[in-house]
Design a protein around this ligand. Structure first.
Ligand code: SAM
Length: 291
């Protein structure tokens, strides 16, 4: 596909949703989404199969902080192609990489599911990006096409909502006041828990052409707010509780104060001297290109 054809290709409803609704929210909550989730991926990075000199893809790279970590791992002889469907995120990556003196990252606005990758990469990584693919098998297959034969793909995906109180707890509280989102709710794609089931994901990866598929459970405390007010506002803006709140529209606004008060009281049990900390759990999924 030429660049002109790519630019002309219609964007999926999910990519539109990321750009129009979630980019401004993620920018507002960047201190949690980058600072907080880094505590999770810090448990994964030391064991990644990345060597100096490797060519690496970071799929759904968001603000680019993992791309920068990968760039440091591969060093000046290696390179990172950091791909995201939202240029609003990539702007931060470009700026932060430049400020850090890192010049081996190319930030690219593209849909990972369809971008015509060259099969020249040793490693393809994604932290919490693949769960939002409209077509997971197509997206995973396309990521595989970025790899050399026997190249490695590692993605981090959330386990179930009950294993992730940092996302599920607030939803339960908010649902005591507001109805669940309806059938036609606007969403960011299949969602954060869509790759929680090992059997489903194994099948998706096999169909997408991977082999040597391995799962490792990663548990970590993540930072969800500088203080209780920060944590409450974060939960009402992003994630499953944020979705309930957003979809309830005016009803949510009218009940904001009582919902926020109840949430603050419940979240108080997670407050620590340096902020609000809650448990999270993911799969580190590693697979090889069978090609
Ligand atoms: C939960 S965020 C994770 C961002 C980043 N990897 C991190 O861990 O902070 C999911 C990211 O995937 C991106 N994304 C979702 N669907 C995508 C697609 N089809 N192609 C490229 N990026 C996508 C979103 O724009 C967003 O930046």
């Amino acid at each position: 596909m030429s660049n002109t054809e790519l630019a002309a290709a219609p964007r999926s409803q999910y990519v539109d949703f990321w750009n129009s609704v979630l980019v401004p929210k993620f920018v507002r909550w960047r201190h949690i989404l980058v600072g907080g989730l880094t505590l999770h991926s810090a448990k994964v990075f030391p064991s990644l199969a990345v060597r100096a000199g490797d060519a690496v893809v970071d799929a759904g790279c968001g603000f680019g902080d993992t791309a920068m970590q990968l760039a440091r791992l591969v060093g000046p002889k290696g390179s990172v192609l950091a791909v995201d469907c939202c240029d609003g995120f990539l702007e931060y990556g470009r700026r932060d990489a430049k400020a850090a003196g890192i010049d081996n990252i190319t930030f690219l606005e593209a849909d990972v599911q369809t971008y015509p990758f060259s099969p020249v990469h040793d490693f393809c990584f994604s932290r919490f990006g693949t769960q939002f693919f409209e077509n997971p098998v197509a997206g995973l297959r396309n990521m595989r096409k970025s790899l050399k034969p026997r190249g490695t793909m590692t993605m981090i995906v959330w386990r179930g909502i009950n294993d992730n109180p940092w996302l599920g707890f607030a939803k339960e509280v908010v649902l005591q006041y507001l109805p669940p989102p309806g059938e036609n709710a606007q969403t960011c794609g299949p969602g954060p828990f869509s790759m929680a089931d090992q059997d489903v994901v194994t099948k998706q990866l096999e169909i997408a052409g991977y082999k040597d598929i391995q799962f490792e459970q990663i548990d970590a405390q993540v930072f969800v707010g500088k203080d209780l007010d920060d944590a409450v506002a974060f939960q009402l803006a992003i994630g499953p509780a944020g979705e309930v709140y957003r979809e309830a529209g005016k009803a949510a606004e009218q009940r904001h104060d009582e919902i926020a008060k109840a949430l603050k009281a419940e979240l108080a049990q997670y407050e620590e001297p340096n902020g609000v900390m809650m448990n999270s759990s993911s799969w580190k999924v590693t697979a090889k290109n069978s090609g």
